[in-house]
Design a protein. Structure first.
Length: 309
């Protein structure tokens, strides 16, 4: 059995272990949170290095990707460099692909028309593939990058505007500590009591992006909304159900009651390929996804189930 460990800067309360068989290989999948403690995360990677098949990097990314440009995050470098023997991935090799496929599935298989709908992508530099796919499908975009990373009430409404903002701000933002950019530790398990910027949740038909960004400022009422996100627990699903949201899609499949992050799926794929991330050729991940019959996880949150949009 191959062991995959996702070492996360997130809350240890969200830890989970699952077993799965994928393309004939048995996997033990673990998510281990370090409550925002980077030193603890680095130490955990050093202790497990060479003893597991692959690491996933959770709660942070190596790069922010906007269009054709990549901006490296300084805060994640110690975690990446701690893995000297075992390969480590952050999910970036798969993220844009699974986000695009999820939007296609929503339209083609669930027959949800996107043209003319409003989509709020909470942080598009972390979900560029999602924002781009929704834009191509005819959605009106609201991107909350300035709202979430800088606390400034300036929504970005075009991909061109996002690229321009990223060109100016990313070289500065990528030098900041992760705690200033992303909910880590216990911030992942607590909603703000009086969250700002809820008008954009209310205005949107579709809310998408990283779950921890979504959850931090999640309103208590989201009637009939469609949520497109990544990693959720059973508790997260129940809280969404209570808001009145209609449909949840996660870009990664469910393993024993939990949708793990894209970093876990990429760690599984490099293990199946027997390669390091830099050795993976274009199209290899997509072929594995086709072989395993990839589809996003779909959860109808209300008893009425699927109805016409």
């Amino acid at each position: 059995m191959k062991r995959i460990v996702s070492v996360s800067l997130g809350s240890s309360r969200r830890d989970h272990t699952a077993e799965a068989e994928i393309l004939g290989e048995r996997f033990l999948i673990e998510r281990r949170g370090t409550d925002g403690d980077l030193r603890k995360a680095v130490q955990m990677v050093r202790e497990l290095d060479g003893k597991v098949a692959a690491f996933g990097m959770g709660g942070t990314d190596v790069y922010l990707v906007v269009g054709e440009r990549r901006f490296r995050l300084r805060a994640s470098r110690p975690l990446l460099e701690a893995a000297r023997v075992t390969p480590m991935v952050d999910g970036s090799g798969l993220k844009n692909t699974v986000q695009r496929l999820t939007v296609e599935y929503l339209q083609a298989e669930l027959r949800y028309p996107l043209a003319g709908k409003t989509a709020f992508v909470v942080c598009a530099v972390d979900a560029y593939g999602l924002a781009e796919s929704l834009d191509r499908a005819g959605c009106r975009l609201i991107m909350g990058d300035a709202l979430y990373t800088l606390g400034i009430n300036i929504p970005i409404r075009t991909l061109t505007g996002l690229r321009r903002a990223a060109a100016v701000l990313a070289p500065i933002i990528t030098q900041l500590p992760m705690s200033m950019l992303y909910p880590t530790g216990e911030k992942q398990t607590a909603r703000e009591p009086r969250p700002p910027f809820t008008r954009y949740y209310e205005e949107a038909d579709i809310i998408g992006g990283d779950w921890h960004y979504i959850y931090r400022r999640l309103p208590y009422s989201l009637p009939d909304k469609v949520i497109i996100t990544n990693t959720v627990t059973a508790k997260d699903v129940e809280e969404l159900r209570q808001t009145g949201a209609r449909l949840l899609l996660t870009t990664t499949p469910e393993f024993q009651g939990r949708s793990f992050g894209t970093n876990v799926l990429e760690a599984i794929f490099i293990t199946l390929l027997g390669k390091r991330p830099e050795e993976v050729r274009p199209g290899e991940y997509e072929r594995l996804m086709a072989d395993m019959g990839y589809r996003p996880r779909v959860v109808w949150l209300q008893q009425s189930g699927p109805t016409s949009p």
